[in-house]
Design a protein around this ligand. Structure first.
Ligand code: BV8
Length: 256
């Protein structure tokens, strides 16, 4: 990054850090970009290997599970294995620090990888569920242990025999009502709203920064590229979340 860019960036960081220090309620919406530096592929990353020929939108649906349960189950098992090997990165850790410092803090994530919890975040709203949780596809109850079948077939519910499925929200499925309500309440009451590492296209999550701005919040976007949120953000910090967020925390709360 050239010196002039660095200087502009530095000035921007200082102004956002000042807003962070003064904020009463900080709310943050994260997307796959905060887990990218932990090696968890984002939805926009080209899928690799066997999955290269599929797009997440066509696999993360009830129809796909209905039609090809083995394929969808195998995709989630592959993703769970990658997530188990991933560790939270400095972006996740910076958000834990903000949670400790802000008078009120709400973390709303679209991610299903559980890395915010593993980093130490406590107040986390998981809008789209959690890939490490598995439920009965018929009863919806969470199942903790099951017999892994020999082939790629999804395991059966020990109670009713229906296929098990990941406890995530698929396209076309309703979001968990309580999570969505809490996220909307946070977005409309926050005075500082961060949007970090999301392409901001998936609804209704992508409406949260719009609601926040409508209710007078200062909106800060952290991303490596422009998104539909960029035009409504008051501050746009362009760069990887793993670099920008720690720099913000250091500037807001310098440690001796
Ligand atoms: C609902 C869980 C309604 C599953 C996910 C037309 C047709 C059909 C449906 C719709 C339609 N129009 C709108 C819809 C609704 C649909 C939708 O929004 N579709 C989109 C594609 C247009 N939404 C839904 O279906 C939702 N439900 O609307 O229900 C309803 C109403 C009544 C009755 C019944 C139903 C459900 C949406 C939830 C889907 N599930 N995930 C799983 O994980 O397998 S969504 C999934 O993609 C993620 O969870 C995430 O939310 C979403 C987008 O991903 P991002 O997180 O943004 O990641 P992405 O890869 O896109 O971008 C990464 C960003 O990070 C980029 O900007 C990149 O620049 C940046 N980045 C990269 N590296 C870094 C970085 N930034 C910073 N630092 C870095 N290092």
């Amino acid at each position: 990054m050239g010196n002039h860019l660095l200087a502009a960036h530095h000035d921007l960081i200082s102004r956002v850090a000042e807003a962070l220090r003064r904020a009463h309620h900080v709310a943050v919406l994260t997307g796959a970009g905060v887990s990218a530096e932990s090696g968890v592929p984002t939805f926009r990353d080209a899928q690799t290997g066997l999955w290269a020929r599929y797009s997440p939108e066509e696999l993360a649906t009830p129809q796909a599970f209905e039609r090809t349960p083995h394929l969808v189950w195998a995709w989630y098992r592959w993703r769970r294995d990658r997530i188990r090997r991933a560790v939270p990165n400095s972006a996740h850790r910076a958000l834990v620090e903000v949670e400790h410092r802000a008078p009120r803090f709400t973390l709303i994530t679209q991610n299903v990888d559980g890395l915010h919890h593993r980093a130490g975040s406590r107040r986390v709203i998981e809008l789209h569920g959690n890939i490490m949780r598995t439920k009965c596809s018929r009863e919806g109850i969470i199942v903790h242990t099951w017999d892994e079948p020999e082939d790629d077939a999804p395991p059966m519910c020990p109670r009713c025999g229906a296929y098990l499925r990941p406890d995530v929200v698929w396209f076309g499925e309703m979001l968990p009502q309580e999570a969505l309500r809490a996220a909307l309440e946070a977005a409309t009451s926050a005075d500082l709203f961060f949007v970090v590492g999301t392409s901001a296209v998936v609804q209704p999550a992508a409406s949260l920064p719009v609601e926040a701005a409508r209710h007078g919040a200062t909106v800060v976007e952290v991303n490596v590229e422009p998104t539909p949120v960029t035009r409504l953000a008051h501050y746009v910090l362009t760069g990887p979340a793993g670099t920008v967020l720690p720099a913000l925390v250091r500037a807001a709360w310098p440690t001796p």
